[in-house]
Design a protein. Sequence first.
Length: 469
Amino acid sequence: MTRLSIVVPVYNERYLVEACLERVAAVTVPGIDEIELVVVDDGSTDGTAEVLDRLAARWPERMRLLRQPNGGKGAALQTGIAAATGDFIVFQDADLEYDPRDLPALVAPLLEDAADAVYGSRFLVAGRRRVLSHRHTAGNRLLTALSNWFTDLGLTDMETCYKAVKAPLLKSIPLRSRGFGVEPELTAKLAKRGAALFEVPVSYLGRTYQEGKKIGWRDAVVAVATMVRYWLVDDVYRADAYGSQILGSLERARRFNGWMAAAVRPHVGDRVLEIGAGIGNLTMHLVPRDRYLATDLEPLYVDYLATLARGRPYLAARQLDATDSAAFRELAGGFDTVVCLNVLEHVADPAAALANMVSALAPGGRLVLYVPAGPWLYSRLDEVLEHRCRYTRTALERELTAAGLAIESLRGFNRMGVVGWLVNGLLLRRRRIPRLQLKLYDLGVPLWRRLDRVLPWPGLGLLAVARKP
């Protein structure tokens, strides 16, 4: 059953909110089985609260009413997003500027075109649009143009209220803005996440300031400051059990990802199974291939990988547990290469995981494996990443041999990274490596690659290539 959550932030809309919510409640959206209204009263003082109480009593099955002290539109949206239970989330203002009859068109690309987010544009051709103040229109277009410059998107209306987003994606994005800055913030973070954005035209009956419009020139200044902030800061993942923040930081380390890909690529064939692909940091360096199946255990990452696969017929994404032998039966012998980077140290049963990977290989196929090295480096960083261990060369050789593989090469990788891990993890006892430090390290990758051949200590990880007889 597909469920849609409509989040409605409300502040002092006593005379409009009832009509707005009645119109929203009357809408049916093709492809959506159930609609929930998540209404957030942001500390209204004009009698809005009583109107909302009456509506909540009328629709106990459909409407959830939440209350909080006045914090601004962004704060209200954050409360509503956290409470929403739908597969998709739509924002709806309570002042009737946006027509709920446009909701089916807004949601359609999420259902039909594999969109990650859809913006309802007031400036695309629509059936009707109230003619607005020239200055207000010009201001919106200017803010959108500035946002597009920072995000490299081609939106026509960044400030639109009407935004529809896949719920897992939206819930994984940390929103910090408490006021109207939430619009450019969300746009910047969707862009950095590589989300597939669509626009559809919507009708707009904008209010004048005399009629109660709340946004002003100060909000425009805040919007520009927000664009600059999130252009500079890579704050695009909430902390979670899957290390999304760290994966997001590594995604920005493009030189390092290119270095890793260069080390792996010579051993990769035409039919590839990638275990633990995450958000595709390595995947996009290794395609195209005749067949490339990118897998991960975390559903959010699989959804992200599926977005990458659009328009690439050779690339597919699916959820896969490396230790689930039943899930590997249909993959048996189907690949000439299995790529598994930074996964084996997480699984409780590495022998089972290796046996499954071997089963997916055709005779003569190769396993390309990377694991963290050096038990003496184990620190709070490893604990946060839920590393079961850091491998020695002997331990990895033993596990690969026990799986029936013939080791072709086994070498240390990223020797300079040992310094950063030692300082941050063991000496400073940090739980994460600062983003600025990662960026600086990434800038130095051309030098680190050269030094990797001559530095006398072991690498931060071990890169193994092993063949199935």
